[in-house]
Design a protein. Structure first.
Length: 233
């Protein structure tokens, strides 16, 4: 096990590793455990009571965080005709037709999210699936990134809507803010996120669904959160 630095050990002393913190208590600790000179991302990690090997138990959905993630998201919108202008007016950083597919095939990657209208998904899926798929950027109706209401989709993503899905071990990871956020903002984002994960529970999942919840900053220690505090005032 690598030896931790003096600063990290001092921060770690502020966290009771045996305690289950409420959402509000954990959020209040965030300003005390940040250690980097940059504005660290606040991350949430949720272990779910699912069998990730079964397709009917996989969890995938979206949530609009009340206070956003604190990160500027560059949105690429691929559409046709007037929908290109609609996406641009809604704030898309790049709004283009199918011609941009070739640019992406040639290496263009100046975007963090990709949305599309249904009438271009045939070309987008067949030509960009192997490039965008592994990065989690391929537009998908289940993720809310495909639709003719492309202006609305762009606005929601720019405002802080994020997609989440479980990994192969049944854990969901996501950003829920920045260390510079107030504890109240972090707590509200965490509550919104957990409610969305809870609402995405597969019908076939049995037993305890929210097994464990941890909050952490990019460079800081983890804080164990009591899942039951989600339903407490």
């Amino acid at each position: 096990m690598p030896k931790r630095g003096k600063r990290y050990r001092a921060i770690l002393e502020k966290v009771d590793l045996q305690k289950l913190y409420s959402i509000e208590e954990a959020a209040a600790l965030i300003p005390q455990i940040k250690s980097a000179r940059f504005d660290e991302t606040v991350e949430i990690h949720v272990r779910l009571g699912i069998d990730a090997k079964k397709s009917d138990q996989n969890v995938r959905s979206t949530v609009a965080l009340p206070h956003g993630t604190g990160r500027a998201v560059r949105v690429l919108a691929i559409a046709k005709g007037e929908k290109i202008a609609e996406a641009q007016a809604a704030g898309a950083d790049i709004a283009a037709g199918e011609e941009i597919i070739q640019e992406i095939l040639e290496g263009r990657s100046d975007f963090d999210a990709v949305v599309a209208t249904p009438d271009v998904m045939g070309a987008v899926g067949s030509k960009l699936g192997r490039i965008l798929g592994p990065k989690g950027l391929l537009p998908n109706p289940k993720a809310g990134t495909v639709g003719f209401n492309i202006g609305e989709i762009v606005r929601e993503i720019k405002a802080g809507r994020i997609e989440f899905r479980n990994d192969k071990t049944g854990v969901v990871h996501a950003p829920v803010g920045k260390a510079s956020f107030t504890p109240e903002q972090i707590a509200e984002n965490v509550r919104a996120f957990l409610k969305a994960v809870e609402g995405a529970k597969p019908e076939s999942a049995k037993g305890t669904y929210l097994r464990s919840v941890y909050l952490s900053t990019t460079m800081g220690p983890s804080i164990k959160v009591n899942p039951a505090s989600l339903h407490k005032a």
